[in-house]
Design a protein around this ligand. Structure first.
Ligand code: ATP
Length: 363
């Protein structure tokens, strides 16, 4: 049968293990040899025991575990052609030319560059005597499929990315525990959540915690937000509200593109109202912990589909990324989705908020 390899790359997310498990098990079920590559592209460039032959049993009991047990890394070497040549050598040695990459837009872009260069890399390896023409023939084309693992939900073309739901569970738990103690004292809590380019976590946490104000990267507040925020807080107090919650995405900014930080908001409240507030930066708490039921299911569905897609891929197939649309698992062109995602980030940099929101396609 065919050989496929799966690896995780970029920032880790809950559900990545479930996706690896599903990829491996679908491959085994279909009579293929599955490999797991440790430490992302770093392991692919290093070779040796970074390549692990996987069986049905080797991915048992990992579906619930957060992070990624096969490791993830950023790899400078893979950014260069020489590094990618080493990676190609390590794959061809094992007769692997079908890859499933679980990561963010950077990792998916890297895979596509690798795919486009593949034939040239193999020609180089034959010319330098590292592989035989027969080996090249066996691994003629590189087939890639992407699965998006990212807690920020910052990828275009999918309703959700793997890891977002678990991160929301962590944020909910944190807000609930803070709210219950805060309630006794009449307090203002400012919570910073993740999301450099995407306010999804902030927006959803804002709704579920009945927050008074939410700061998102793609929807900057009016320039007089200081005044609006403080008069809102004051009104709430007058109505007898004992607890106020303000949510800030780590990438929040104003209409001029200047960052809005938790510290700034705290200062504004103190200067205008003389009220003290507490800042909680959730940070890595959002990444860790148990994987939610929804992320486990999403990972199973996406991983299984990724293996089927990578095995069905032919020399003329456009590479795909596995996405969730209207609760259906679908394949869409990988680079189209990556480019749209990168265009959103560019629009945010250019302070074209309307364009960013329109491109992302989320109301
Ligand atoms: P996250 O959203 O968590 O940042 P990501 O996949 O976007 O995830 P990156 O750090 O951008 O994370 O990419 C991970 C790795 O993918 C890089 O360290 C590098 O090895 C590889 N990679 C990224 N972009 C490219 C590229 N343009 N060419 C080759 N390899 C790349």
């Amino acid at each position: 049968g065919q050989s496929i390899a799966v690896f995780t790359s970029g920032g880790d997310a809950c559900g990545m293990n479930g996706a690896v498990r599903a990829c491996v098990r679908m491959a085994v079920y279909l009579g293929c040899q599955a490999f797991m590559i440790r430490e992302g592209y770093q392991g692919m460039v290093q070779g040796g025991d970074q390549f692990v032959k996987a069986t049905w049993a080797s991915v048992s009991s990992i579906i619930h575990v957060g992070g990624t047990i096969i490791g993830s890394a950023r790899c400078k070497e893979f950014m260069e052609r020489e590094g990618r040549k080493k990676a190609a050598y390590n794959l061809v040695q094992r007769e692997i030319n079908r890859l499933i990459v679980i990561g963010g837009d950077g990792s998916l872009t890297g895979a596509n560059i690798f795919r486009i260069e593949w034939t040239g890399l193999l020609d180089d390896l034959v010319a330098s005597g590292k592989i035989t023409p027969q080996q090249r023939e066996k691994c003629k084309d590189l087939h890639i499929v992407g699965v998006v693992g990212s807690i920020d939900n910052d990828f275009c073309g999918t309703d959700l990315t793997i890891g977002t739901d678990s991160a929301l569970h962590r944020i909910t738990e944190a807000i609930d525990s803070i709210a219950s103690t805060a309630y006794s004292h009449q307090r203002i809590f400012i919570m910073e959540v993740m999301g450099r380019h995407c306010g999804y976590l902030a927006m959803v946490s804002g709704i579920i915690s009945e927050a008074d104000y939410v700061f998102c990267p793609e929807a900057p507040p009016p320039l007089d937000w200081h005044e609006r925020l403080c008069s809102k807080l004051q009104k709430e107090r007058e109505c007898g509200q004992r607890l106020n919650i303000i949510i800030i995405a780590e990438g929040a900014n104003d209409l001029n593109g200047e960052p809005i930080t938790a510290q700034m908001v705290k200062q504004v409240i103190f200067d205008r109202l003389g009220w003290d507030s507490r800042i909680t930066v959730l940070g890595h708490v959002q990444r860790g912990g148990a994987t939610s039921a929804y992320d486990r299911i999403l990972a199973c569905r996406m991983g299984a589909e990724a293996t089927v897609a990578v095995l069905e891929s032919t020399a003329t197939t456009t590479p795909v990324v596995i996405v969730l649309v209207n609760n259906q698992i679908e394949r869409i062109p990988l680079m189209g989705a990556v480019e749209r995602t990168q265009a959103v980030n560019k629009a945010l940099q250019d302070k074209d908020w309307a364009k960013a929101i329109a491109l992302r396609g989320v109301a």
